[in-house]
Write a protein that binds this ligand. Structure first.
Ligand code: SF4
Length: 439
C-alpha cells in the first residue's frame, strides 16, 4: 500500500487542484499521510509562483523535500502547480532531485505519471479545469469547501503573471457546478466558497452575460445548501443584477470581495485597471445601498512603479473613507513577462513595507470600530473547532468572515460540534476578531 503526502501552497484555486490530485491517488489505493517526518512513497508539492515571496516559499519547500529525500524520508518527489508551470526548465536543471514535474494541465494525469504510463506535461497556455466527475478529497473540513467555478483570466492587469501562468479563462457549465455543490452539501459541507481569478467574468466564455448571478440563483435553489460566498469580483463588472441576487438571497452571504489594488486614477490606468478613488467610493455606495449590512473586503498593492508619497496619502484617505471590513495589502513584486516589468522599480523594498504598514495601521482601527458595532448583536456562527490561539476557546466565523483571510469569532462559553451553526452573542471587539458566547 503506497503512501503520499501533499503540500498545497498558494490560493484556493490551487487547493482545489490539490484535492483533485489527492482524490485520484486515493482512488488508486494510495494512503494519505498528514504528519510530516514519516516515510512517504510520494511527496507532492503543489506550488505557487505568481509573486516573489510566493516563489521563495515554494523553492524553500522544494529544498526541504529534497533534503527529506536525501535522508530517505521520501521515495518520489513530485512538483506541480504554478511555479512548475512558469519555470519548468529552470527547475529541472537546477533541482534534478525532482522526479516528476508537471504544470496545470497535468493535474488529472498524476497517477499515470507516477505509474510511468505517460510523460509529465507542461503546456504553453493551460486549459484544464476539473468537473463534478473529478474525484476530490476535500481538505478544508466540513465547515466549508471551495467551489472552483472557473480558472485562468482574460484580463491583462499590468503587474500580474497569472494569465500567463494559468491561461485564458475557462468556466465550468452551471449544471456541472450545481451538481458538485449538491454533492458537497449532501456530504455535510456548511459553506460553499466560489473561487476563480475573476468571479464576475464567470460564464462569459460560455456566452453567459450574467453568469455569476445566474449561477448564484441556481445554487440558491439547492434545498439544504448552507452559506454561499462568492469571491474575487472585478470592480468594472459588478452589475445591479448581481447585487440584487445577493441581497434577495438568504443563502448567498452579504459579502463582497472586490480587489481594487489602488485608488489613484493614474496608477490604475498604468495597471490597466478601471476606476479611481471617486468611482470606487460611488461603487461602494451602490453596493451598500443594494445589500444592507454587506461586508466588504478588498486588497491593495503599494510600491507600484511611479507611486509617489502623494499617491499613498490619497490612498490612505480613500481607505479611511471607504471603511472596508477586511483589507489586505501586497507590496509590488516586479514580475518578468508582465506588462509592467519594463517600468522597473521606482520604490525601494523598505519604502514599500513602510507604506504597507501605514495603510494597515489605519485599517486596524477601522476594523476595530466596525467590530465594536457587532457588540451586543447575536450572530449565526459556523463553529470550526478549538481556537488556534488557545484550547480554552472555540473558534468559528460569522457570515461576514471568509476563512483564512478574515478575522474569526472566538467563543468563550457554550458547546458545539465542528460544522454546527450556533447563535453567538458578541460581547467584545478585538482589532480583527470578536469574542462571544453561544446562547
Ligand atoms: S484580474 Fe487581473 S489581477 Fe486578477 S488574475 Fe486577472 S490579470 Fe491578475
Amino acid at each position: 500500500m503506497k503512501t503520499f503526502r501533499l503540500i498545497s501552497l498558494g490560493c484556493p484555486k490551487n487547493t482545489v487542484d490539490s484535492e483533485v490530485m489527492a482524490g485520484l491517488l486515493m482512488g488508486k489505493g494510495y494512503t494519505p499521510v498528514i504528519e510530516p517526518g514519516n516515510y512517504v512513497d510520494v511527496l507532492i508539492l503543489n506550488t505557487c509562483g505568481f509573486i516573489e515571496t510566493a516563489k521563495e516559499e515554494s523553492i524553500s519547500r522544494i529544498m526541504e523535500a529534497v533534503e527529506a529525500k536525501e535522508t530517505g524520508k521520501v521515495g518520489k518527489l513530485v512538483v506541480a502547480g504554478c511555479l512548475a508551470q512558469r519555470y519548468p526548465q529552470a527547475l529541472k536543471e537546477e533541482i534534478p532531485e525532482i522526479d516528476i514535474l508537471f504544470g496545470i494541465d497535468g493535474v488529472e494525469n498524476i497517477t499515470d505519471f507516477l505509474a510511468g504510463e505517460s510523460s509529465p506535461i507542461i503546456t504553453e497556455s493551460p486549459t484544464y479545469i476539473y468537473s463534478h466527475k473529478s474525484p476530490r478529497a476535500v481538505s478544508t473540513g466540513i465547515g466549508y469547501a471551495y467551489l472552483k467555478i472557473a480558472d485562468g483570466c482574460n484580463h491583462s492587469c499590468s503587474f500580474c503573471a497569472i494569465p500567463e501562468i494559468r491561461g485564458k479563462q475557462r468556466s465550468r457549465p452551471i449544471e456541472d457546478v450545481v451538481t458538485e455543490a449538491r454533492a458537497l452539501t449532501d456530504d455535510g459541507i456548511r459553506e460553499l466558497i466560489l473561487v476563480a481569478q475573476d468571479g464576475t467574468s464567470y460564464g462569459r466564455d460560455l456566452g453567459l452575460g450574467n453568469g455569476l448571478s445566474d449561477l448564484l440563483e441556481e445554487l440558491d435553489k439547492i434545498e439544504n445548501v448552507g452559506w454561499i460566498r462568492p469571491m474575487y469580483m472585478f470592480p468594472g463588472k459588478i452589475t445591479d443584477k448581481l447585487l440584487d441576487v445577493i441581497a434577495s438571497s438568504t443563502k448567498v452571504c452579504p459579502y463582497v470581495d472586490i480587489p481594487l489594488q489602488h485608488s489613484s486614477g493614474s496608477l490604475l490606468k498604468s495597471m490597466r485597471r478601471p476606476g479611481d478613488s471617486d468611482s470606487y467610493l460611488r461603487l461602494l455606495e451602490r453596493i451598500r445601498e443594494r445589500i444592507p449590512g454587506v461586508y466588504v473586503r478588498t486588497s491593495l498593492i503599494v510600491g507600484y512603479p511611479g507611486e509617489t508619497d502623494e499617491d499613498v496619502e490619497q490612498l490612505l484617505s480613500f481607505v479611511k473613507e471607504a471603511r472596508f471590513h477586511h483589507l489586505g495589502v501586497f507590496t509590488y513584486s516586479r514580475e518578468e513577462g508582465t506588462p509592467a516589468f519594463p517600468l522597473g522599480e521606482t520604490v525601494s523594498e523598505a519604502v514599500k513595507l513602510e507604506r504597507s504598514s501605514v495603510i494597515m495601521e489605519a485599517q486596524k482601527q477601522i476594523s476595530h470600530e466596525l467590530n465594536e458595532k457587532l457588540v451586543g448583536q447575536t450572530l449565526e456562527v459556523i463553529v470550526e473547532g478549538i481556537s488556534e490561539e488557545t484550547d480554552l476557546l472555540l473558534q468559528g466565523r460569522h457570515i461576514g468572515q471568509a476563512p483564512d483571510i478574515d478575522g474569526v469569532v472566538l467563543i468563550n462559553d457554550g458547546e458545539a460540534q465542528v460544522g454546527e451553526k450556533k447563535p453567538v452573542v458578541i460581547e467584545q471587539a478585538l482589532f480583527y476578531d470578536v469574542v462571544g458566547r453561544i446562547i
